[in-house]
Design a binder for this molecule. Structure first.
Ligand SMILES: [Zn+2]
Length: 150
């Protein structure tokens, strides 16, 4: 898997990549030099935490054991538990990461702390861009970071 492919998968899963590192392929043994060189694995840091992703022989391994979020991301008949899943192709990898992102939002997201920061374009905002505290508009409270009603 190339860096561009990893970035595309995460973008389509709606998970913003903060940083990523190339890892040695963890499936092929040391003697499989060509296979290892052709198919590096990746460690991806996002708001969710650290996720490891890479091709085994026929499936993409996705492992989030270093994240706080826990959960089963699919009913598909694949190798899976609460911290990893095997995807048959890139489309399935995107689907499973989308679900993981939803689980993270349900389990770990706190408004005003780590919800997605809304950009301020133009003016007319009821609070400063740097102010993440809730604000009040006609008696309704809104999150100062993502601007959804609380
Ligand atoms: Zn929020």
């Amino acid at each position: 898997m190339t860096e561009d492919q990893v970035r595309s998968i995460f973008t389509l899963a709606r998970i913003k990549v903060d940083k990523l590192w190339q890892l040695t392929n963890k499936y092929w043994p040391d003697s499989y030099l060509k296979e290892r060189a052709a198919s590096p694995w990746w460690l991806v840091r996002s708001r969710i935490g650290l996720i490891e992703i890479g091709w085994r022989k026929r499936v993409i391994s996705i492992d989030w054991r270093d994240c706080v979020v826990r959960g089963i991301v699919t009913e598909d008949d694949v190798t899976k538990d609460e911290t990893h899943v095997h995807a048959w192709d890139e489309f399935k990898a995107i689907e499973y990461l989308r679900k993981l992102n939803q689980l993270w939002e349900a389990q770990c997201m706190q408004h005003g702390v780590n919800c997605p920061k809304a950009e301020h374009v133009g003016d007319g905002y009821l609070h400063d861009y740097a102010d993440d505290a809730p604000f009040d508009d006609d008696g309704v409270k809104y999150c100062g970071r993502c601007h959804v009603a609380l």
